[in-house]
Design a protein around this ligand. Structure first.
Ligand code: BT5
Length: 260
């Protein structure tokens, strides 16, 4: 992957701008700085390697050289999209699942921000906001995908098992440019439908562990256990606890796993 091959591959999409790095700390940090500096809508930062890739709450995201796909999109939402921005992580997740489904795989979304293949994490999403006073100026949507086997971190440093697209496919994977193109293409289609029931339904359908007992840890509070029922219209998660009560889990530092 290099700037030339990327530009060529993405030329059919109406992207705002492209910054490519052989190596960078974090594409989200670069995109946040560029957004603050006036980057056009749908600009993209892509890196072959991240040395300080971030997950939520500054957890680490591994992107060793030549192995994965790490990129950040800058969105300048129109007034029509502003009321639906809490669905942005779903929009990003669906773009990745569409791309994986197109390869014949059966992805699932582990709410809120993980994509699973064969029950293992293959991608993570980190959405960050640039504010202008109390208005949203822009959003930075970082996506990290494990493409080749070499992108998967050692098991002992993971809280949840990981897998690469190459492992899941069991054969040669398309190029990273190709995978990026299909994710961006899906993103542009879903973005038009951010506020629709169609998007909510597609997102809901893709949820991992639906109907299963799960445990959700929010921050340092007491974990909530219940049956995973589905999504609220803003993208929050609905569980049914042991007493039959509905419990709504909002975004934040939330981690979800099957309950033992
Ligand atoms: C995420 O956070 O999953 C969001 C990851 C977003 C990464 C992208 S890459 C492009 C952009 N630039 C950035 O700096 N970030 C974004 P979270 O749910 O907090 O999960 C983080 C956890 O995932 C870590 O604590 C590890 O356990 C695990 N992990 C780290 N690297 C992984 C990998 N390559 N594959 C699978 N799991 C990984």
């Amino acid at each position: 992957m290099n700037e030339h091959s990327l530009k060529k591959k993405l030329s059919k999409l109406n992207i705002g701008g492209l910054h490519y790095f052989d190596s960078i700390g974090s594409t989200n940090d670069e995109a946040l700085a560029w957004a603050t500096d006036g980057a056009p809508d749908f600009s993209i930062v892509v890196a072959d390697e991240q040395t300080r890739g971030r997950g939520r709450l500054d957890r680490k995201w591994f992107t060793p050289k030549g192995s994965g796909l790490a990129f950040s999109l800058i969105l300048r939402p129109s007034a029509a999209l502003i009321p639906h921005l809490s669905r942005t992580v779903g929009l990003a997740a669906l773009s990745i699942t569409d791309s994986c489904s197109g390869l014949g795989l059966a992805p699932r979304i582990k709410w809120p921000n993980d994509i699973l293949l064969n029950g293992k994490k293959t991608a993570g999403i980190l959405v960050e906001t640039v504010w202008s006073g109390d208005q949203v100026d822009s959003l930075v949507i970082g996506m990290g995908l494990n493409i080749y086997k070499t992108s998967v971190p050692p098991a002992e440093i993971l809280q949840f098992p990981a897998i690469s697209l190459e492992d899941a496919l069991g054969k040669e994977v398309p190029s990273r440019e190709e995978v990026l193109f299909s994710i961006l293409n899906a993103f542009l289609c879903w973005r038009e439908r951010l506020g629709t029931n169609e998007l909510l339904h597609a997102w809901d359908e893709m949820l991992a562990f639906r109907g299963d007992q799960v445990q959700v840890q929010a921050g340092s509070g007491i974990p909530v256990t219940g049956e995973l029922l589905g999504l609220e219209s803003d993208g929050s998660l609905r569980l049914r606890d042991a007493h039959g009560n509905s419990v709504i889990i909002r975004f934040g530092d939330v981690s979800l796993r099957p309950s033992a």
